[in-house]
Structures are given as C-alpha cells and as structure tokens.
Design a protein around this ligand. Structure first.
Ligand code: ZN
Length: 298
C-alpha cells in the first residue's frame, strides 16, 4: 500500500491518534543517504516520527526533529509539513555497530547522551523550539518524553523499521496516541494494556494490516471520529536559488578562495543528495553581489 497517515480523535475529544505507513519513504531515505542497517533503522524512526507529527500540523505549518547524540551517527534530522512531505538526513550514515540482543543497536548508534530538539514553524513570528535530553535514545521514547515534558501531553509513540536480507526497508511505520486535557486516566491504563499485547507496527504492516486497522485494534470499542488520510512521500524543498544563497553566506573571502583554487563549486543537498554545480561565471556573479571588498587587491 502507498505510504500514508491516518488521523482520528475519540468522540469525547480526549484522545487523538495518528498512524502511518512509511515503508517507501524510509527506503528512499536509505537509498539517498546510503546508510548501513543500524543507521537505516535510526533514520527511518526519526523520519516516521516526523511524519506522524506532521499529522498534527495545519495549513503551511512545518516542523523539524533533530536528534543530537554522542553515538557514531552524531546528528539526525527529519522535516515535514502538513501535506505529508518528508525528508531526512544524518551526519554520519554508517553506525558500524554489531546487533545488541539480536536487534539493531539504535540507541548505541544515536548515543546515550544527547538531546532531541523539536522546531515548529507555526507561521508565527518566531518558530517554537522545544528540547529534551535523550531518555533511551530509541527515538520513540525520547519523543514521548518530549511530549510529556515540553508540551504536557501524555503520549505513546511506536516507531518501527524492518529490513530484508539485502538491508532494504521492507516495512516501516508507527503510531502516536495523545491524551488531551480532560482525558480519562483509566483509558490510558486500558490502552497501555492493549499496547503491551500489540505486535510491533512493522509486524502488523507486513501482515497487511493498514494504519487504519492498527488504530481500530488499539481503540476497539471506543467511539472515534476519523480525521482523514494524508499521503506521505519523500520530498525535498531544496533549490538552486537556495543553494546559491548558501554560497552567498560563505562570504567574499571564502568565495574568492574557491574561485582561486577550484574555480567552481558543487554543493550537495544534505537531505536528497542532489548535487548543484556552480561554474566560475555563476560564482563570480554571486561574488559580485556581495558588497564587502576582496581581502586581497586594494
Ligand atoms: Zn534536497
């Protein structure tokens, strides 16, 4: 099934839920970033987490999730909007770690010390910024900690990425449950009991259980109102104009150095890995647009 997310809210308005299948999206991230298996799972989890949170956005709102940890991957980042467009990147694509207890060692790859940052562009003057210390470094738990402490919304987050023997992504997805003000703590207890018995999202997705059906199983017997589906896809917002802006930010001195030494520049987008090549004339035009004088010369 094509990647998508589904959203719903209980009829009494006290619990909202988002579930997503992100298999193709995460496989595309893996392919573009050339990650090793443990890095693929970590990157897939943060991309899925962002996709789920995108289900809570409206209009032109956007958000970024950043995990900075002491592990070999160093920094992972995923971004999304309210239209299901997701992109993700990581600083180091190879964790090079052995499995731990038969599972990919995501926590080891992320590192046990570090932070999860949430940046939301809600169309206000300043973006919203929240941050928590990593709890387990498994990403899902860290996001739940963020919701509980920074947004005061008790949440349950499940994220999963499964790989085949060729280390490609065969299933990825997850769900997010949030107890809203006025919610009944008894409902949380009931759901926790169900969560404990629910197979991981990847097992369900591989069995052909769609995101809607995952939520139906979780919320069986609880009256809900569906809030619609959003298709999910990998999409990068980078452009030549944006990259030339980055070159401009390097400043006159550095541009002069590039012109003298290489005479051209290729800038690769961190997210989609698309290379943007700038010939001498284009670099000179960018350099000419900068007001500060060249450091050498007069
Ligand atoms: Zn890009």
């Amino acid at each position: 099934m094509a990647d998508h997310l589904v959203r719903l809210i209980t009829r009494d308005g006290t619990l909202r839920a988002v579930a997503a299948e992100t298999t193709l999206l995460v496989e595309e991230c893996r392919h573009r970033q050339q990650t090793d298996p443990t890095a693929t799972v970590a990157l897939g989890r943060i991309a899925t987490a962002a996709a789920l949170m995108g289900g809570l956005l409206k209009g032109e709102q956007r958000l970024a999730l950043i995990v900075e940890g002491s592990g070999p991957l160093k920094r992972l980042q995923a971004e999304t909007d309210a239209h299901g467009r997701v992109r993700a990147t990581l600083k180091v694509p190879v964790a090079d770690l052995p499995p731990r207890d038969g599972r990919f060692d995501v926590a080891g790859a992320v590192g046990h010390a570090g932070f999860l940052h949430v940046i939301k562009d809600l169309g206000l003057k300043e973006p919203y910024r929240g941050m928590v210390q990593l709890a387990t470094s498994e990403i899902g738990d860290d996001l739940a900690t963020y919701f509980a402490t920074s947004e005061q919304i008790p949440s349950s987050v499940a994220l999963g990425v499964a790989l085949d023997h060729d280390m490609r992504v065969t299933a990825a997805g997850g769900f997010l449950l949030q107890l809203l003000p006025g919610g009944d703590p008894a409902l949380v207890e009931q759901l926790e009991g169900r969560l404990a018995h629910l197979p991981p999202p990847t097992t369900l997705l591989r069995q052909g259980v769609a995101p809607t059906a995952i939520l139906e199983r979780l919320l069986d017997g609880i009256p809900t109102t569906p809030l619609g589906q959003i298709p999910l896809e990998f999409a990068c917002s980078c452009s030549r104009a944006q990259v030339s802006g980055v070159l401009r930010l390097l400043g006159a001195a550095e541009l002069d150095e590039i012109l003298a030494e290489q005479g051209e520049a290729t800038v690769t987008c961190d997210f989609c890995k698309e290379p943007y090549r700038f010939e001498r004339e284009e670099l000179e035009a960018i350099r000419a647009g900068l007001s500060s004088p060249a450091p050498s010369g007069e």
